[in-house]
Each structure stands twice: as structure tokens, then as C-alpha cells.
Design a protein around this ligand. Structure first.
Ligand code: KG4
Ligand code: ZN
Length: 339
């Protein structure tokens, strides 16, 4: 039998405050293999402002992308790539422009095809990196990131429908905002997880589980944030009480997200469940999702749940097989891109 040709995809991620470049190899009908994954994170810079300042993020992207490309070129000969996949949105315009323009220039110079990748959808493909599990359609997808909370239905790699999404704050955003209310640092998710402590029965705090019994697949986290704010206003919280409140907040988010995922899976024919986004780094959320015993659940390794080029290159490697290509003349940034 003739040997199948391997395709090599460069993935470029610059949607927000991470600059990511990665190389993925994929043979037709086999799993993609991650070869390189370089990420420069601006986290330290944005800690000072307890959040991302878009102009600062864009400038840092511009300053860091070429040194990162040089580093990648030293580790992996970029002459070998077959296609360039780039996150075209959603995200911050200034940050996106840096990655898109690099991708377009590389495509023009090398004549290699360009693949515009939806960053939110790409998060789901983080669960397909370094796993033995197989993706079969139809699949249900859960994205819980800093900017998005979404349930989607995947009929194929290119036929993706929205089931529901957050009506206000995304799950990650609510972690970041609640962390500020509790006097913690940025990003809020890991900070809340670090201090969260289960209270004894006598000190139990109760927060709402917004939309948990609602018929839709939508989410809403801003009321939960306000409920935390109210608790902080009732009295000055001790360190212990703050850790109890952090615990209850984390429980509330994990309860809602895991229940909605369960409902989406039970109501829609699902052969595989893909999950992704930075909030999936949260151990308690992972436990609650696992406790639902849903069939063929794939969760990303923690390093592939947050933003990186590997998720873009992995999704790009499937889109290359589907011939879902763009040209350097036509590819545009799409800051508000939906699924
Ligand atoms: O997916 P991501 O890297 O970026 C976006 O596409 O938005 O997600 C970043 C978000 C932040 O809001 C951060 O607080 C949250 O993921 N996050 C976590 C944890 N680690 C990161 N949330 C809860 N628990 C964590 N351990
Ligand atoms: Zn992301």
C-alpha cells in the first residue's frame, strides 16, 4: 500500500494575550501529531492592571511574534510546512492583526495555502491533542474560556451549530471579575482555585446556580458575580470566609456548566464530547463533568485548554483535509466571529 503523505501545518495564535506558534503533522484519516508548541504569555504584564489592556496586548504581540518565529525556525525547518493556519477571530482586533498579517505574508512568500481558524472552535480541538480517544460525529462541544461559554453541535468538522451561549459574562470572565472582588490577582481562575476551601456545614455560603433548570442551553454568570459582590458588602470577610466564598462560587460555575453539558448530550445524538477553553484547567469543574458519566468524553490536557498555537494547528490540519482554505488576499480579522 502506498504510504500516505503527511501534511505539516503551522498554527498561529494571537487572539488576546498569548503569542503562540505550533507545528502539527497529520496523515489523512489519522490523528494529528504535535511536533512543536511555543507560547509566549503576557500574563505577568497584565497582572499589574488585573486584566488585559488591548493596546498593550497588541504591542506585545508585535514585539514577540518574530523572535518566537525565529526560535521555531531553529527547532523546526519551516521550509517543510504545507499550510499556515491562523486564528482569525474572535478576539482583540490589534492582537489578531499581528497574527493574521504574519500568516498572510508567509502565505504570499511561500505560496502555501492559508487556513483561517475560528479560535473558539479550535479550543475543542485541544482535546484531540495527545489523546488515544477518537472523534466521531455527531459530537457535542463545550467551550469555557475567558471570552466565551458555549455549547455547540458538530455534524462534521465544518458543520457546526450553536446550541447555547452565555447571555452576559463568560465563565472565565466571571472567575476574573470575582477574583478582583475577593482581592485576588489576575488571571482570576487559578487564583480562585488556589484559595477555594470547602466550608464546614456551620459556615456554608449559598450562591445561585443561574439558568441551571432553564430549558435553553444558555448560560448567565453576571448575576452570580453580583451575588458574590453582595456577600463581600454584607461584612468584611476573613481570609477563611473568602476561601469559603471562592469555593462556593467555583461550585456554582461547575454545577451549571456540567449540568448544561449533560442536558445537551442527553438531548442531542452524541458520539463524542469535545471540551476546551481555559476554565477547563479547573480541577473541580473537571471532576463535576466527569461525575456525570457521559459517553466518550474528551477533556484537554491542562496545557492545551488555554490559548496556544497547537489548538489552531490541530484544527487547521483537519480543515486542510476538508480543503477549507483562504487566500492571503481575502483573509480578514473577524473580532466578533461566531460559530
Ligand atoms: O481559553 P483562554 O486561555 O482564553 C480565552 O480564549 O479567553 O481562557 C482564559 C480564562 C481566564 O478567564 C482564566 O481565568 C480562566 O481561563 N482559567 C481558569 C483556570 N485557569 C484559567 N478558570 C478557572 N480555573 C482555572 N484553574
Ligand atoms: Zn481562548
Amino acid at each position: 500500500m502506498a504510504k500516505k503523505k503527511k501534511k505539516i501545518v503551522l498554527g498561529i495564535e494571537t487572539t488576546c494575550d498569548e503569542t503562540g506558534l505550533a507545528i502539527v503533522e497529520k496523515e489523512i484519516d489519522s490523528r494529528p501529531k504535535l511536533i512543536n508548541n511555543l507560547v509566549y504569555s503576557q500574563e505577568e504584564i497584565h497582572k499589574k492592571t488585573k486584566g488585559v489592556v488591548p493596546e498593550v496586548a497588541a504591542r506585545e504581540q508585535a514585539a514577540k511574534i518574530f523572535p518566537l518565529l525565529d526560535k521555531l525556525n531553529q527547532e523546526y525547518n519551516l521550509d517543510n510546512i504545507d499550510a499556515i493556519a491562523v486564528a482569525k477571530g474572535p478576539g482583540l482586533v490589534g492582537s489578531l492583526l499581528v497574527g493574521i498579517n504574519l500568516a498572510k505574508t508567509l502565505s504570499y512568500l511561500t505560496g502555501k495555502p492559508l487556513i483561517g481558524v475560528n479560535h473558539v472552535v479550535a479550543h475543542l480541538y485541544g482535546s484531540l491533542i495527545e489523546t488515544d480517544k477518537e472523534l466521531e460525529f455527531p459530537a457535542t462541544g463545550l467551550i469555557v474560556s475567558g471570552g466565551h461559554t458555549m455549547l455547540v453541535r458538530l455534524k462534521s468538522h465544518t458543520k457546526i451549530e450553536l446550541l447555547g451561549q452565555s447571555r452576559d459574562d463568560a465563565a472565565g470572565e466571571s472567575f476574573d471579575k470575582v477574583a478582583i472582588l475577593l482581592g485576588l490577582g489576575y488571571p482570576g481562575g487559578p487564583e480562585i482555585e488556589k484559595i477555594a476551601q470547602k466550608p464546614p456545614k456551620t459556615d456554608k455560603i449559598e450562591l445561585p446556580r443561574p439558568l441551571i433548570n432553564d430549558k435553553s442551553y444558555d448560560f448567565s454568570f453576571s448575576g452570580l458575580k453580583t451575588a458574590v459582590l453582595d456577600k463581600t458588602k454584607e461584612k468584611k470577610l476573613s481570609k477563611k470566609e473568602t476561601s469559603y466564598l471562592a469555593y462556593e462560587f467555583q461550585e456554582a460555575v461547575a454545577d451549571v456548566v456540567s449540568s448544561k453539558l449533560q442536558k445537551a448530550v442527553l438531548n442531542n445524538k452524541t458520539k463524542t464530547i469535545l471540551t476546551g477553553g481555559g476554565v477547563l484547567a479547573n480541577q473541580r469543574l473537571r471532576e463535576k463533568i466527569e461525575s456525570k458519566n457521559l459517553p466518550n468524553l474528551i477533556m484537554p490536557k491542562r496545557e492545551f485548554s488555554t490559548d496556544n498555537g497547537a489548538i489552531i494547528a490541530t484544527r487547521g490540519s483537519y480543515l486542510l483535509e476538508e480543503n477549507a482554505l483562504s487566500s492571503w488576499q481575502k483573509l480578514e480579522v473577524c473580532p466578533n466571529l461566531s460559530v
